[in-house]
Design a protein around this ligand. Structure first.
Ligand SMILES: Nc1ncnc2c1ncn2[C@@H]1O[C@H](COP(=O)(O)OP(=O)(O)OP(=O)(O)O)[C@@H](O)[C@H]1O
Length: 260
């Protein structure tokens, strides 16, 4: 098999005495859609933040296209662009949708305002929200805010095509949405994947069964700091692995200990 786009080797992370990740290995190959699942508090968001370069692991190494990453993303951009869609959409309430989506270009590029506006409108079209650039986040539904955050994550500077996000990290993109709004988001994630070189590779953290089934190809099950199981989505219905059986059935009886 070819070299992974992103590879984690022996990643460990603790917050104080709380050891969240314990010697985790993970390979992400180009074009893959990976779902990271597991009980609450098991380190799924933590692993995304480590992949994004927002959080430093205590131990282990991260390779991006075979090149070892040193430090965090703020210390130097990766050779593969990695975008993150945060759980709470993380929009600036005091800025319009257009200013939110175009934020990094307004801050960091020399592009003219009219050009940035045009690029923002293209991205809003891609996420199915044309003509809402003038609105403020408070005027949007939760699902629309999520889609705006997708538009921001896939924003790129045409003067620096190499910076375009090739890998997207989605942290619970359908949390708190009704089943229909969730379907819209799931369809959007898959449709963005088919756009060449935008975000054909992604990792998605989710608790929602429809999102697990509809947006992931391969699943990683995290529990007690370790990757306990991995396989194709279709295998979750057939494996007799006790963690998967308990998790998918929602039973309180089984090896997964309830927290709190
Ligand atoms: N910045 C931090 N400081 C201290 N503890 C943290 C920090 N970030 C995460 N944790 C702890 O690390 C553990 C894992 O958190 P994380 O958010 O990665 O879990 P998760 O699997 O994404 O959970 P959920 O499914 O509930 O969103 C939790 O016990 C959490 O309280």
């Amino acid at each position: 098999m070819t070299e992974p786009l992103i590879e984690l080797k022996g990643i460990s992370k603790a917050f104080g005495k709380n050891k969240v990740l314990d010697d985790v290995d993970l390979q992400i190959y180009k074009g893959q859609a990976i779902g990271i699942i597991g009980p609450s508090g098991t380190g799924k968001s933590t692993i995304l933040r480590i992949i994004a370069g927002l959080l430093q692991p205590d131990a282990g190494e991260i390779y991006i296209q075979g090149k070892k990453r040193d430090g965090l993303i703020e210390d130097g951009a990766d050779i593969v662009g990695i975008g993150m869609v945060f759980q709470q959409a993380a929009l600036f309430d005091s800025l319009t949708v257009e200013e939110n989506v175009g934020f990094s270009l307004y801050q960091n590029s020399k592009l003219e305002r009219s050009r940035i506006r045009q690029l923002v409108n293209e991205k809003l079209d891609m996420v199915g929200l044309p003509g809402i650039g003038h609105l403020y986040p408070s005027e949007l539904s939760g699902g629309m805010r999520k889609r705006v955050s997708f538009a921001r994550a896939i924003m790129s500077n045409p003067d620096h095509p190499a910076d375009s996000p090739e890998v997207l990290l989605y942290d619970e993109p359908t949390a708190g949405l009704d089943p229909i709004a969730s379907t819209v988001i799931e369809d959007l994630i898959r449709s963005l994947q088919s756009i060449q070189d935008v975000c054909s590779t992604y990792c998605i953290v989710t608790h929602q069964e429809s999102t697990i089934r509809r947006t992931a190809d391969r699943l990683i099950f995290l529990y007690e700091g370790k990757v306990q199981w991995q396989g194709k989505v279709s295998e979750i219905d057939h494996t007799d692995h006790p963690l998967i059986r308990q998790f998918m059935s929602g039973s309180i009886n089984g090896p997964i200990q309830l927290v709190g």
